[in-house]
Design a protein. Sequence first.
Length: 253
Amino acid sequence: MTPTVKLRFFPWGECAAPGLFLMRGGGWRTIRQPVLVGLLEHPRAGCWLLDTGLHPHLQEVDWSIRLFARFARMRIPEGLPPTPRLDGVFLSHFHLDHGAGLKALRPELLLTSREGYESSRLGSTSHIGWNQALWPEGQLERTRWLENLPRRSQGPVTGFDLFEDGSVLAVPLPGHCHGQYGLLCQTEAGRVFFVADAVGHSYVLTRGLEQRLPSWIAADRRAEKRTQNWLRNLIHWCWMVPSHCPHSYLALP
C-alpha cells in the first residue's frame, strides 16, 4: 500500500501585476500573487521544504536582480520560512523566487534537476531569472539529481520516485524553465499536484484563459503550451497548486 504524506502551502513573499498582464481577460485590477512554499512530511523521510520563497539576500546580489524585484513589485519577507527541523529541500526550478533562500538554508540534502542546474550555469552570472550567487558554496556535494531516481507511474502521470515508495513523484513540466519539476503527492485527502510555474494562475487551467506575462519569459513557449494542455486533462484527477495562484492552496483538500 502506498503511504501518504502531510502537505501544506503558505506564502513566503509576494509579487503583483495588473490581471491583464498575467492573462487574457484578467482585467486591470492588480492581482497579488503569493510566492508559495510547501511543507511536506513523509512518515519515513521526514520534513521537506518545497522551494524556499523569497529572501533578503536578493537585494545583495546585483542591480539587475534588484531592478527585476522592483518591476515585479515583490514583497520580500525577512529571513527564512518558519519550519521544523528540515531533512531536505526540493527545488522545483532555478528561478530566484523559488530558490532565493538556498544560500541561507544550506540544506543538508537538496533534490533538484541536473538539467536545470546545468542550464543555470550557462553564459553570464545572471541567467534567465537566476543568479549564480544564489547557489550555496559546496552544495553540489549535498545534492541528488531527480533524473537519477527510479521511475514510477501513478495513473496517467509518470515521474521520478522521490522516496522510492510511490508517495511523491517528481514530474517534469517543460516550458517555463529548463529542468522544471512538479510534485505529485499522495495525501490522506487525495492526490495533490504541486505544479510550480507550469501555470501562473489556476484560471489558466480551469477557465482556459490565455497566459501572458509568464509566457513572455518562458524558456520554450510551445513546450509550455503542451504542458498546460496536458495538465488540463488532469483537472478532475488531482488537485493542482501553482506556485503563484492566490486561490488553489487555500482550498487544498
